[in-house]
Write a protein that binds this ligand. Structure first.
Ligand SMILES: Nc1ncnc2c1ncn2[C@@H]1O[C@H](COP(=O)(O)OP(=O)(O)OP(=O)(O)O)[C@@H](O)[C@H]1O
Ligand SMILES: [Mg+2]
Length: 419
């Protein structure tokens, strides 16, 4: 709803959403009254909410603040509040301090008050609904926020590429995706874009009959329904579009062959990890120029150093205004192998290494052979911290590990400062 009128739950909101499904988002609702909780649970069973993970909690905004001090925030928080305007704004301010920048907030209140509505919208709240409402009105509001033509794509795209074949970018991509699912607790979709040789299916012990090739070679229109059908869920919050891993056909693509698929994924899933092959061609160059974050994985030797420099220089040219690629050194400490030290590697190409991972053939070999992530093989292994740091960094949260709070200026707070 663009502007408030006499009816805050008006016709506009109910007619906009149409039948589009709400994407794979997480929603947490905080209710003061049982009736509201009931209405929200009813909304969760609406057909359009099939892909949504929704949980309801008792306790309103104060409970939300307590929970988000120590837990990651979902894509959407629904808050029921009967607080007076200034108290509500104060509480939202406190919530903003523990809230991730990308989280949106819908407030359900009990006062049909134009001034309050305007204040909340100015503050950065996505919508203010007044009880009593039908559950379908709430679904309309959510669909309008996340599934309408005008809603911004929810997905952040993170591409992983090796500086030299076999440096470990797929392994790091998959483990980072896993760490994202655990720390950020939002849905992640891994696109295995190495169609002839990709290992995402093997690494997650999945053998789905369909995957990314069905989308890219499809003669029919590919939309979110098709993508959902092709995706395989391999763990809580982790989804895959696997590569066929066969040589039954050639894999020659146009510059923009994957563009629309990536966009659909981005509209459908909050975090999209692109596992790119080690190659240089038009579609890889184009994909790299469009993603939000890039991780370059290199081994500490001369060929990797040369390639990293070439890749970083090219990326600077392709994306002058975007964030710098994140450089990871992998397979550090291979016995008897002469190596370039991490700081030397970084300074000689004027880049900073975000982290380094030791060569550990027993650990990585078992993980690969069992089709498991490192955290599944050994949850307390120190390497998991590196994946968690990378998860937080690539999703725009703190790069120091730990919880996300304080790592970014929360969206609500930033809006408040601008107001
Ligand atoms: N730190 C490590 N220690 C030991 N082995 C590792 C490590 N990291 C990755 N590996 C192993 O190295 C091999 C190659 O890894 P991976 O397939 O991730 O490379 P890649 O960079 O994706 O290759 P490509 O560039 O061809 O896509 C795998 O067998 C993997 O288990
Ligand atoms: Mg790979």
């Amino acid at each position: 709803m663009s502007e408030y009128d006499s009816d805050p739950n008006g016709v506009e909101a109910t007619s906009i959403a149409g039948a589009r499904l709400v994407p794979h988002i997480t929603i947490q609702a905080f209710c003061e009254n049982a009736k509201t909780a009931q209405m929200i649970e009813q909304a969760a069973s609406d057909r359009r909410m099939n892909k949504v993970a929704l949980t309801t909690h008792n306790g309103g905004i104060s409970a939300a603040i307590e929970i988000y001090r120590v837990n990651p925030t979902p894509n959407l928080i629904i808050l029921e509040s009967s607080l007076a305007a200034h108290e509500l704004i104060d509480s939202l301010n406190e919530l903003a301090g523990v809230c991730d920048a990308s989280t949106r907030v819908v407030v359900i209140g009990h006062q049909n008050d134009v001034e309050l509505y305007r204040k909340l919208i100015r503050f950065g709240v996505s919508e203010y609904l007044v009880m009593p409402i039908e559950s379908s009105v709430l679904v309309d509001t959510i669909a309008e926020q996340f599934a309408s033509e005008s809603s911004a794509p929810i997905g952040r795209t993170i591409a992983f590429m090796s500086a030299k074949g076999g440096a470990g970018s797929s392994t790091i991509a998959h483990n980072t995706a896993w760490a994202i699912s655990q720390t950020v607790r939002r849905d992640v979709l891994i696109l295995d874009m190495d169609l002839p040789f990709g290992t995402a299916g093997l690494n997650f012990n999945q053998e789905p009959p369909h995957g990314l090739a069905d989308a890219v070679f499809s003669k029919d229109v590919v939309d979110d329904v098709v993508i959902d059908r092709l995706m395989s869920k391999c763990a809580n919050h982790v989804n895959l579009l696997t590569a066929p891993g066969t040589l039954d056909r050639d894999y020659d693509f146009e510059e923009r062959s994957f563009e629309q698929i990536v966009e659909i994924c981005q509209n459908n899933v909050p975090l999209v990890v692109l596992d790119l092959p080690h190659a240089w061609n038009a579609w890889i160059r184009h994909t790299l120029s469009t993603v939000d974050e890039i991780v370059v994985v290199a081994e500490p030797d001369l060929a990797n150093l040369r390639n990293t420099k070439t890749i970083l220089d090219k990326l600077k040219e392709l994306r002058p205004d975007e964030s710098e690629p994140i450089l990871m050194l992998n397979k550090v400490g291979v016995p008897k192998r002469p190596e370039i030290a991490a700081n030397e590697f970084g300074t000689s190409i004027d880049a900073e290494c975000f982290g380094q991972i030791q060569f550990d053939p027993a650990l990585f070999g078992s993980a690969a052979n069992n089709g498991q992530m490192i955290a599944e093989i050994n949850a307390s292994h120190k390497i998991n911290e590196i994946f968690t740091n990378l998860a937080l960094k690539t999703t725009g949260r703190s790069d120091q590990g730990g919880t996300q709070q304080g790592g970014v200026i929360p969206g609500l707070l930033r809006k408040l400062k601008l107001a």
